[in-house]
Ligand binder design. Structure first.
Ligand code: SF4
Ligand code: SF4
Length: 234
């Protein structure tokens, strides 16, 4: 996003809307820090600018990734859906992505107010590579070599986004090892992440939850039931 200096009247209204504090001012101008701006489009969509000074220039590679991961109105080419996630985790009843004996993870890196760079995302994917199966239909997976976890294009590292979700699965038997690994890698990160863990219920219990609790983790249960909109897979 950019500001047309000739039109801007320095009212500072747009500054209230930026979720990452990228709109700044100095003595003479209000300007957008292009390194911090994640191209979410919030400032423009807010309608805060009454003089039409905010404008969205054409974004090329790799900067376009900022919009694809941060602007909910921009579809990601790897999934065809808006935003940076996939729909499969919450609809496991009909996708069957996570089978008996498997445990799935979603590591959501960054947050409004914090954001993340792909350099941070890569630290996690490198640590996980070779130990998990990355979800193929996921925007982060489309950017990495699954065998090494490295970004295919090193220029992507400096791009910042509001958040990015790393999705993968492993066997229930390796699940705790992966949780400990994530805890270890989190200590070297310059952003925050939240973690979702999914495993199938068995006899009205969630066996992997018991293992997590016994290992000192404190999961908060969240459930979603899909009723009648698809054929359950085994
Ligand atoms: S596009 Fe988003 S991140 Fe960039 S200046 Fe506007 S509100 Fe801030
Ligand atoms: S709202 Fe428009 S006029 Fe006001 S500071 Fe922002 S860009 Fe300038």
């Amino acid at each position: 996003m950019k500001i047309d200096e000739d039109r801007c009247v320095r009212c500072r209204q747009c500054m209230l809307y930026c979720p990452v504090g990228a709109i700044k001012e100095d003595e003479d101008t209000v300007y957008i820090d292009q390194d911090l701006c994640v191209e979410c489009g919030v400032c423009l969509r807010s309608g805060a600018c009454r003089v039409g000074a905010l404008y969205q220039p054409q974004l090329g590679w790799p900067r376009i990734l900022r919009a694809q991961f941060s602007d909910p109105l921009v579809p990601h080419p790897s999934t065809g859906i808006m935003g940076r996630g996939t729909s499969g985790m919450k609809t496991n009843d009909v996708t069957g992505r996570f089978r008996e004996g498997e445990v799935g993870f979603a590591v959501e890196m960054g947050r409004p107010g914090v954001s993340t760079s792909f350099e941070e995302v890569e630290k996690v994917t490198i640590a996980l590579a070779g130990k998990v199966e990355f979800e193929p239909l996921n925007p982060v997976t489309s950017l990495i070599e699954p065998e090494t976890g490295r970004l295919r294009d090193p220029d992507v590292r400096r791009e910042r986004v509001l958040s990015a979700i790393i999705e993968f699965k492993t066997s229930e038997d390796r699940g705790l090892e992966i949780l400990r690994l994530l805890k270890e890698v989190s200590e070297g990160l310059e952003t925050v992440f939240s973690l979702c863990v999914i495993s199938r219920c068995r006899d009205f219990e969630i066996p992997f939850r018991e293992r997590m609790v016994a290992a000192g983790f404190q999961p908060r249960i969240n459930g979603k039931t899909n009723v009648g909109l698809g054929r359950p897979l085994a």
